[in-house]
Design a protein around this ligand. Sequence first.
Ligand SMILES: *[C@@H]1O[C@H](CO)[C@@H](O)[C@H](O)[C@H]1NC(C)=O
Ligand SMILES: *[C@@H]1O[C@H](CO)[C@@H](O)[C@H](O)[C@H]1NC(C)=O
Ligand SMILES: *[C@@H]1O[C@H](CO)[C@@H](O)[C@H](O)[C@H]1NC(C)=O
Ligand SMILES: *[C@@H]1O[C@H](CO)[C@@H](O)[C@H](O)[C@H]1NC(C)=O
Ligand SMILES: *[C@@H]1O[C@H](CO)[C@@H](O)[C@H](O)[C@H]1NC(C)=O
Ligand SMILES: *[C@@H]1O[C@H](CO)[C@@H](O)[C@H](O)[C@H]1NC(C)=O
Ligand SMILES: *[C@@H]1O[C@H](CO)[C@@H](O)[C@H](O)[C@H]1NC(C)=O
Length: 487
Amino acid sequence: MPKLLLLLLSLVFISVLGSQWLPVDGVQTSSADLAYLRSFAAATGADNALGWHVGSDPCEDHWPGLHCYDGKATNIDVQGKQLLGTVPDTENGSLSSLQVLNLGDNRFTGKLPLLDLPQLYILRVDNNDFRNMPDKFFSGMPMLQYINITNNTALAEWGFSTVDMRSLPALFSFHANNAGLNGTLHQLFSNTTAGFPFPSLARISMADNQLSGTMPVLKGTAIRQLDISNNRLSGSIIFITDLASSANRLQLSHNAFTGSLPDFSEFTQLSVLSVDHNQITGIVPSSLPRLEDIKSVYLSGNLLQGPVPEFNISVHTDVAKASATGSFCRLDRGPCAPEVESLLLIAGAFGYPHSLAASWMRNDPCAGWIGVHCDDRRRVTGIDLSRLGLSGTMDSAFGSLRSLEAIDLSGNNITGEIPASVAQLPSLRVIDVSNNNLVGTMPKFRHNVAVWTEGNPGLKQSGSSVYALNSVGLSALCLLCLLFSSI
Ligand SMILES: *[C@@H]1O[C@H](CO)[C@@H](O)[C@H](O)[C@H]1NC(C)=O
Ligand SMILES: *[C@@H]1O[C@H](CO)[C@@H](O)[C@H](O)[C@H]1NC(C)=O
Ligand SMILES: *[C@@H]1O[C@H](CO)[C@@H](O)[C@H](O)[C@H]1NC(C)=O
Ligand SMILES: *[C@@H]1O[C@H](CO)[C@@H](O)[C@H](O)[C@H]1NC(C)=O
Ligand SMILES: *[C@@H]1O[C@H](CO)[C@@H](O)[C@H](O)[C@H]1NC(C)=O
Ligand SMILES: *[C@@H]1O[C@H](CO)[C@@H](O)[C@H](O)[C@H]1NC(C)=O
Ligand SMILES: *[C@@H]1O[C@H](CO)[C@@H](O)[C@H](O)[C@H]1NC(C)=O
């Protein structure tokens, strides 16, 4: 905590009180620091812009924006002074006592300087025009706690496979929005032998870059704020459960995250969740609106299903927009139609696959939902989800669709048992579950139900009538075709 306080206080000094506040001594500048400060002044225009004149002594003559202690520079703040040019590398032990370096809001260009600054804990180079990130940029600053590189829009693409950022054990706050980042986060966050490489890292922003790939394991980290909006990240959104106990702001908009939202009961500190414009499917868990600290939730531009989540009036949210553009079963609050509820339970047991979510929208399954067949009284009579790459289990909600005549789930990777409720469907005529991974004992179907089960090595027959596809020439699919075309 004291470290954090120190950091925050320093930030306040930099941004609010400015350079006059900190005490300055009048000792002559050490020769190593003098050499660097003079080359910096000449290379960046600080000699004219800030009066950092060659003939004067930086510490003794109190160069504006510079603080010294005992003839050594401790703090350089030249934020927003319209400096330009290339910042020189440090060398020969110069600035060995520097703790804060603020170069933000200028027009520096060229490569980021190689800084060998053993004491530095705050570095701001944000809002500049830097062009290149040297591979060893971070290596010389082992004490860094806060880095801001945000908004260096001209920076050539760089990534953590070449740039070594993994040697910053004290890092607390890292900000690199719109800074040319590419590649994956695995190289940055993969564990060292000592565990997570950044044990104190709490605030990360890397929005508006070209990051790609899946998210690494973040379990056991202290991350409170994560902004990775507007990248090309993919994989399941479920990774956020790694951050359940620590997360306060999660901003993941405009990526390609898939899967469904996790239970939020453990996210006790969450106040901002933006996951809009991804590929997220399924029902919004009721645990999300129930969070005590939740203030903003953005969900639109996904494939969310089920009822509109009901947030307290004080929560900023885009659910109305999400609803109007096709997510959720209705525009207003309230439950979905009973058949929709059953179908969503079925989809949920398969993990709300994208292939279904892209079609199973709004509140009428007979309006062309993929794999759903209805009769002219708009009752669901057939479900054909064969060969869709489904995994997961068969939900007992199949048994709630009382008008079902045919079920075809063949050629997927469905596991678990066949629910007994399926065998009780009064109008069922055919069920094909062949070529899956079902286990257990078949429930007993009525004798006039055609049942296809081969290709499920773990499934035991119950002794009722079972059609074996290899002995019957007619394929189940074709039987289903006949059945559906006659409806
Ligand atoms: C650093 O040291 C090298 C060799 O010792 C010398 O050539 C160079 O001029 C020094 N640079 C500065 C900025 O003092
Ligand atoms: C980082 O720099 C950007 C651009 O100057 C600024 O808007 C932002 O507030 C800074 N972030 C933090 C956390 O200080
Ligand atoms: C980013 O930098 C550009 C110029 O390089 C500037 O116009 C813009 O205001 C900056 N954005 C932020 C958020 O500071
Ligand atoms: C990142 O950008 C650099 C420079 O353009 C390129 O060499 C590298 O292949 C990119 N990496 C990825 C993963 O896109
Ligand atoms: C990384 O280390 C942390 C802390 O030691 C641990 O909780 C986590 O499971 C590890 N992650 C991986 C992927 O090994
Ligand atoms: C909804 O928000 C209001 C105002 O912030 C608050 O007073 C009220 O307790 C909240 N209700 C619920 C159910 O959280
Ligand atoms: C099928 O599911 C099992 C268990 O979930 C899994 O181990 C296996 O890799 C899956 N097979 C295919 C082809 O997806």
